[in-house]
Write a protein that binds this ligand. Sequence first.
Ligand SMILES: CC/C=C\CC/C=C/CC(=O)SCCNC(=O)CCNC(=O)[C@H](O)C(C)(C)COP(=O)(O)OP(=O)(O)OC[C@H]1O[C@@H](n2cnc3c(N)ncnc32)[C@H](O)[C@@H]1OP(=O)(O)O
Length: 301
Amino acid sequence: MALTVGLRPLTRALLRPWARVPGAALGRPAAGSGDGVRCFGSPRVLVEPDPAAVGVAVMKMRNPPVNSLSLEFLTELLISLEKLENDKTFRGIIITSDCPGIFSAGLDLLEMYGRDPAHCAEYWKAVQELWLRVYLSNLVVIGAINGISPAGGCLLSLSCDYRVLANNPKYAIGLNETLLGIIAPFWFKDVLVNTIGHRAAERALQLGFLFPPSDALQVGIVDQVVPEDQVQSTARSVMAQWLAIPDHARQLTKNLVRKPTADRLLQQRDADIQNFVRFISRDSIQKSLHVYLEKLKQKKG
Ligand SMILES: CC/C=C\CC/C=C/CC(=O)SCCNC(=O)CCNC(=O)[C@H](O)C(C)(C)COP(=O)(O)OP(=O)(O)OC[C@H]1O[C@@H](n2cnc3c(N)ncnc32)[C@H](O)[C@@H]1OP(=O)(O)O
């Protein structure tokens, strides 16, 4: 899949600072890493080969405080994913968070609030692109979900091939868009329906459920719940099972299962962008986002 849409100026801008960080440029050995050990990433996305598993990369999201998916962060994720896809040494990625207690707070509300239509369109293209890249990745993608994962964070998790969630009562996962007064786009909905079934998705989406770990496992929005200190090791064991399957057979099967869902978006990407921009620009929606952002602020006291 080509990394095509409207990201070039930002991508160029992002690449410049990386060049100044010793060892942090994509594909270069990291400062402090041993000779020949590939460690690449960007300011917000740390990518390292798993020292205990050949062919596996660990991608850590570090966009503090809450790993919200800003345009810059999305762009860095996309570049790292593209790099991994093109690097034949890797067959699998474990996606996890470097922000304690938070996997990802989802889409960055500040990219949708008080922004002009052109910005919203560029942002939505990047959101689409990240979903397509993760969902259709040829690599095995395991989510090691070590924190709360609402909305866009949940979509990212649902796009992995397998999800391991830390058993912490503070964590929850789900598509909670309605609680913000907005709606989950049809492709978010499709992925949830594919994962937990129509009836459970119908309830979860309308009520904006954020499932705590035991409920998340029961409904099937995650595949495994394990003690927090076992999330990474479990993800690694699961990865070994998936990598035992010949790549070509697994990849073709994944494509067979996922392509119809992805095609629904691919066939109408521009219309989906226009729909998003129209929706998000409405006064009533901007008002809802304002109220929600204020609530987040007030929560701090
Ligand atoms: C047609 C389709 C139309 C529209 C579709 C649009 C789809 C949207 C999907 C989404 O992903 S919307 C985003 C949904 N996300 C959430 O509801 C999560 C909101 N955040 C939280 O609930 C909490 O922040 C947290 C539980 C993740 C973490 O709590 P805590 O550790 O207590 O941190 P704070 O709440 O104090 O947050 C710190 C800081 O970060 C800001 N922030 C939090 N989430 C977001 C976000 N998603 N986008 C932007 N900024 C966020 C928060 O306001 C605080 O900012 P300060 O400046 O006050 O420090």
